[in-house]
Design a protein around this ligand. Structure first.
Ligand code: ADP
Ligand code: MG
Length: 327
């Protein structure tokens, strides 16, 4: 069982940042409103996620750690309308096959908390009583301790941490109603408070993208035929030499999608110097049935059923906003 999980882990667990992404997405799926992320040594030594979500019942702890166990898809219909972030039931099993993972949880309805971990070649799960408030803590230490080849691919602590911070920023932008605390080596590095008002939202965007981005941004918000695009796009004068400020989301899921990026680039086409990139934070919302997210295990890409239509919508909304600004 461990070997099969390690093979699967190759797809899901590329580096510490991918572990962080999977775990934080689980916390979001569990309805958490507060998520704390503690990192030590760029995540190689420790990744601990503490949430106040709905928790995992004692009887389901072992299942949560086993492969292809997901509580999120009830039948085939669900598969076509995936609304939760995770749905493959692979993350926890994969991570616990390449690290030491401890899962501690308490659902509100359960009197006390329980702790589980999977060990050995057969990944047998042992469960014992623990102390924990409502919610879940997942503690992952010594990533890749048993896969030296993979461990060798880890970059410096600073680089791995930077990837983690980027993941948290991307997630923070998509979840204004959740507060996040990120620490590295016991120091608080980022703290995002719940952002309900427009002002608080712009503040969070400024925290992630810099005040200068917000000061130079045009707000877009357009709905048409079931497609909704909102967010911020920078004035053409605020172009970047690196593609480091492009955040796009489809139904709250962060994406690095060719079609979306292409549509936005087209919108800026003649307005930007060549070899430069636009800066934007954009959220696209559409019917879950219009998009297939099950394209890539790391889930960065989507497939739109009506790609051309989505492309042209993004292009025209952004292009119009930029042209209006120039008039
Ligand atoms: P998936 O997210 O694809 O369902 P995972 O391996 O990431 O698979 O998680 C397995 C299961 O463990 C989830 O379906 C969920 O029921 C449970 N789980 C994981 N993390 C949490 C959490 N933070 N809070 C509550 N339940 C969780
Ligand atoms: Mg998951």
């Amino acid at each position: 069982a461990r070997l099969a999980n390690q093979i699967a882990a190759g797809e899901v667990v590329e580096r510490p940042a991918s572990v962080v992404k999977e775990l934080v997405e689980n916390s979001i799926d569990a309805g958490a409103t507060t998520i704390r992320i503690d990192i030590e040594k760029g995540g190689a030594k420790r990744i601990r996620i503490i949430d106040n979500g709905k928790g995992i019942a004692k009887d389901e702890l072992a299942l949560a750690l086993s492969r292809h166990a997901t509580s999120k898809i009830k039948d085939l219909d669900d598969l076509e309308a995936i609304s939760s972030l995770g749905f493959r039931g692979e993350a926890l099993a994969s991570i616990s096959s390449v690290a030491r993972l401890t899962l501690t949880s308490k659902p509100e309805a359960q009197e006390s908390a329980w702790q589980a971990n999977a060990e050995g070649r057969d990944m047998a799960v042992s469960v014992k009583p623990a102390a924990h408030p409502n919610g879940t803590t997942i503690d992952v230490s010594d990533l890749f301790f048993n896969t030296p080849a993979r461990r060798k691919f880890l970059r410096t602590e600073k680089t791995e941490y930077a990837h983690i911070e980027e993941v948290i920023k991307r997630i923070a932008l998509a979840n204004f109603d959740i507060s996040f605390v990120l620490t590295h080596n016991h120091k608080i590095i980022k703290q995002f408070r719940v952002a309900n008002s427009t002002i608080q939202r712009s503040k969070r965007v400024a925290q992630v993208c810099g005040q200068k981005f917000i000061d130079n941004a045009i707000e877009v918000n357009c709905e048409h035929n079931g497609l909704h695009l909102h967010g911020w796009i920078a004035q053409p004068s605020y172009f970047r030499n690196q593609n480091d400020l492009s955040y796009s989301y489809v139904n709250e899921r962060m994406m690095r999608d060719k079609l979306i990026n292409h549509a936005i680039r087209q919108a800026y086409a003649d307005l930007l110097p060549s070899d430069s990139y636009p800066a934007f934070v954009l959220f696209l919302q559409l019917d879950f049935r219009e998009v297939d997210v099950n394209v890539h295990p790391a889930k960065h890409e989507v497939r739109f059923h009506q790609g051309r239509y989505v492309h042209d919508f993004i292009y025209s909304v952004c292009n119009r906003a930029l042209k209006n600004e120039l008039d």
